[in-house]
Design a protein around this ligand. Sequence first.
Ligand SMILES: Cc1cc2nc3c(=O)[nH]c(=O)nc-3n(C[C@H](O)[C@H](O)[C@H](O)COP(=O)(O)OP(=O)(O)OC[C@H]3O[C@@H](n4cnc5c(N)ncnc54)[C@H](O)[C@@H]3O)c2cc1C
Length: 434
Amino acid sequence: MSAFVDFPQPSVPVSGTYDLVVCGGGLSGCAAAWNAAKRGLNVMLLEHYHKLGGVPVSGILGIISGLKLEKEITVDGLFFREILRRLEQLNGSQARDGGWAYRVDPEKLDLVLLQMLQEVRVKILLQTTLIAVGRDRREIAYVVTASKQGLEAWKAAFFIDDTGDADAAYMAGCPTQYGRPSDGKVQSSSLTFKLAGIDLEQAPRSMAEATALWRKERHMTPTNHTVITYLPGTSGEAAVNMTHILNCDPLTHEGQERIRREGMMQAMEIAEFFRKNLPGFRNCYVAQTAMQPGIRETRRIAGAYILTEEDVICGRDFADEIARSGWGIDIHVPDKVHGETPMPHFCLQKSYGIPFRCIVPQGIDNLLIAGRPVSATHEAFSSSRINGTCIAIGEVCGIAAAMARGLWKTQQIDVTQLQAEAEAQHGIVHRHVI
Ligand SMILES: Cc1cc2nc3c(=O)[nH]c(=O)nc-3n(C[C@H](O)[C@H](O)[C@H](O)COP(=O)(O)OP(=O)(O)OC[C@H]3O[C@@H](n4cnc5c(N)ncnc54)[C@H](O)[C@@H]3O)c2cc1C
């Protein structure tokens, strides 16, 4: 940066004081806010977009995976059960074979989340972006947001960071890691989109045939297979997760612009391929592209323990585990056509634990990390980033925040008691085979 301006530092009004402020309204943040509010905390949640739900909603992903591994349940929990119950009532969800994943209608999921948080009196700020944190020694004292109401400060006793990028932890000066060790590159990003106008009667249930056809042609889109998710309760809509933007740093202006421009061009190419080649897709069209870019990986916190690839592969148990994950190593290689580098450990033999130490950032005593940027290596992160695991972590963060009431320090949270409380509400914190 070559030049600076003197930006006048205005006094920022304090617009509210809460027990807990949750930064980011992805599924994990919503799970945390709901659990904490149900335990009597006065909670505020702030969200950058005009929707709750993060990638599955604003990113039009339409799927929540990583819930089961063969006979092992890895994700349960009251919040998750309640979203599923409500989505079922709205005809907005559909289990995939054996229940390892659920297809969900992004619009209905957004509505369910808004209603659930409002019922437990969580104060929700939409189109409100976290831009700074104010520290008082080892604590965050307040966060500063930007919105149509200008700059505002929000004080709280405790904070949870569910920004997906560890924004709050980073702004507070907590150590973070970025990318793979060899060159610092992160997994490729995607612009997901909604394809409409599909004739479901004729559309194939499996994409195997489409993938075989896709591989016969040359494409600008760097993936070697087709992936679509038919959206439940719609008359012929699907979420498509196929675009890949390689060698992209998603936290830069350049990266953000490339995800949209290259993503849009790839989306049009993919839609044209489906129109030309697949029964039931003759009249399909790109109905909507995601407003939230599909960013798989950015910062990860560096906690007291860093989850490793070996922990994932061998299904390691930890005395302080607070969630389980059964998803394998799933790296969308930063600089290669997706799918051409097979992941040897995509399917695990057994699930592994997420230690409490991985959700506690170093250097700040009143902050927990919900969602994807937990303390993990690039390889282990590629597994723990799955939605099911993020929800499970979010549920536990909400319970933990309530247990910190009083001194409001992560050090005072008794992990054995946290495990017991999480289990009492169906959370899976130890291996659970049916
Ligand atoms: C393209 C793609 C495909 C995927 N496919 C699957 C799949 O098939 N199955 C599966 O289970 N998982 C999948 N995942 C993984 C999963 O969706 C994510 O890892 C998960 O959504 C992470 O949850 P999160 O709550 O941590 O982050 P997010 O879902 O990103 O939520 C973070 C929220 O915080 C908000 N936010 C961010 N910064 C700020 C700020 N400064 N101020 C205010 N708000 C902020 C964002 O707007 C967002 O709503 C995929 C991810 C991507 C990107």
